[in-house]
Design a protein around this ligand. Structure first.
Ligand code: F0G
Length: 426
């Protein structure tokens, strides 16, 4: 399958080009890298129908919601591909959540319904496949939990050794449990995510371990498939808005890159507007965007949405570029707003982890401000599964989360084992 659409790497800062078949995450100038596809060749060889046809095919590459779009992701040889048939996630129509947010309708793309319960699987299948292609046997990442869970699973699938760096005591239990269960060597760093990120880059450089954070440009290529799949789900009709949470800002950068490529190919007539939602206690992009200034890292980031508790995001230059031309916005939401939105998403029968629900809290806020109109077509991305963080859910419904009012609490009821008593409670 290789060769159809040529590609290479290009520096986001200085524009220098680099070949794709070497271990490299940054340019010599320190800038992050983009995978650049030859879109002329893609236009000649492909069309949306190419990808629609694959929906009916049985091969693993076509059943994966990432490799289905392989020519625009990374044209690797099939022998290198490590897949768990990720993607193919539902796009839910969520009328009750829409009503709460003040919209006529709301679509929710549930990326938590991937093999390890988060959108990270889309990037990880590509990152680990590239590791295999490059002959690497050890992979590592710093993580707020989901990246490490995903990497541990894909590394185990590929027979590679996985090393994860997590901030001690600051990740949700479901995610820690996954990293351990999938067999990753798990280092709980006495510091926050930003400390863990600094460490892992240095360890990888010194020990020849392959780095699988989203600074790795191939991770971003896989995550682009969220956008490809949303468009495919919608019959290639463009929604007005796509809304998603922002932490390290890899996913929002991937979303923008995918949309820009589809637009350049002429497969979509216009770009949807992107809204990136940050937690108010971890909001460096929001502050920079509001002030029209350079990003200043937030020291000691704080939020209950531990997945996006990041003060110094790696991919901020990529998303700043993405927000520039297309009418993109950045919003911030408090933990109270996140947890109330989560209660509404959960009670609709859909469910998601706290960071995901920053999406819905952000939609509600942007509708209230008149930025999003009630009749616009809005697609929100839910990034992680409800079961990732049972403590947050139970804490909310039991009224035990510090500083949070449990507006929509559904507290458990203790009863004796007698029928009379049970009936009295119903
Ligand atoms: N939502 C969830 C559930 C996440 O796990 C993350 C990031 C994000 C949103 C934000 O995405 O970083 O691309 O802006 N989690 C990373 C991790 C940092 O280590 O699992 P982003």
């Amino acid at each position: 399958m290789s060769g159809a659409v040529p590609w290479g790497l290009r520096c986001v800062d200085c524009g220098a080009g680099h070949p794709g078949d070497e271990v490299r995450y940054r340019c010599g100038c320190g800038g992050t890298l983009d995978v650049e596809h030859d879109l002329e060749a893609a236009r000649a060889a492909l069309s949306p129908e190419t990808f629609d046809r694959r929906l009916g095919e049985r091969s693993p590459l076509s059943r994966s919601g990432v490799w289905r779009f392989r020519e625009l992701v990374l044209p690797l040889d099939e022998e290198h591909v490590v897949t768990r048939l990720e993607g193919g996630t539902p796009l839910y129509d969520a009328p009750r959540v829409a009503a709460w947010a003040g919209l006529d309708a709301l679509l929710l793309k549930h990326e938590g319904e991937n093999p390890t319960g988060s959108f990270k699987d889309r990037g990880m299948t590509v990152g680990v496949s590239m590791a295999r292609r490059l002959g690497m046997t050890r992979v590592a990442c710093a993580s707020t939990g989901n990246t490490s869970a995903s990497m541990a699973s894909y590394a185990a699938t590929a027979g590679m050794e996985a090393i994860v760096f997590i901030p001690a005591g600051q990740i949700a239990y479901g995610k820690l449990a996954q990293a351990l269960a999938y067999g990753a060597r798990t280092l709980q760093v006495a510091g926050d995510f930003d400390d863990a990120m600094r460490l892992v880059e240095r360890v990888c450089a010194e020990r020849g371990v392959y780095l699988l954070n989203s600074v790795n440009p191939f991770r971003i290529e896989g995550q682009k498939a969220i956008a490809f799949e949303i468009l495919q789900d919608l019959g290639w009709e463009v929604p007005d808005w796509i809304v998603l949470p922002g932490g390290n800002l890899g996913n929002s950068s991937a979303l923008h890159k995918a949309l820009a490529e589809l637009h350049a190919l002429g497969w979509i007539a216009r770009l949807p507007r992107i809204a990136v939602v940050q937690a108010a206690g971890a909001n460096p992009l929001y502050t920079a965007w509001k002030g029209g200034a350079e990003l200043v890292p937030v020291e000691g980031a704080r939020t209950l949405a531990t997945a996006i508790k990041i003060g110094n995001p790696v991919s901020w230059k990529k998303i700043r570029r993405g927000l520039g031309g297309g009418g993109g916005v950045v919003e911030e939401v408090t933990d109270q707003e996140i947890m109330d939105a989560k209660a509404v998403v959960d009670a609709a029968g859909i469910g998601a982890e706290p960071a995901s629900c920053a999406t819905v809290a952000g939609v509600r806020k942007l509708v209230a401000q008149g930025v999003i109109r009630a009749d616009e077509r809005v697609c929100g991305v839910l990034t992680g599964h409800l079961l990732k963080d049972p403590d947050a859910t139970l804490g909310y419904h039991r009224g035990e989360l510090e500083g949070i009012v449990s507006t929509h609490a559904n507290a458990p009821v203790r009863v004796g084992a007698g029928l009379e008593e049970v009936l009295r409670h119903l």
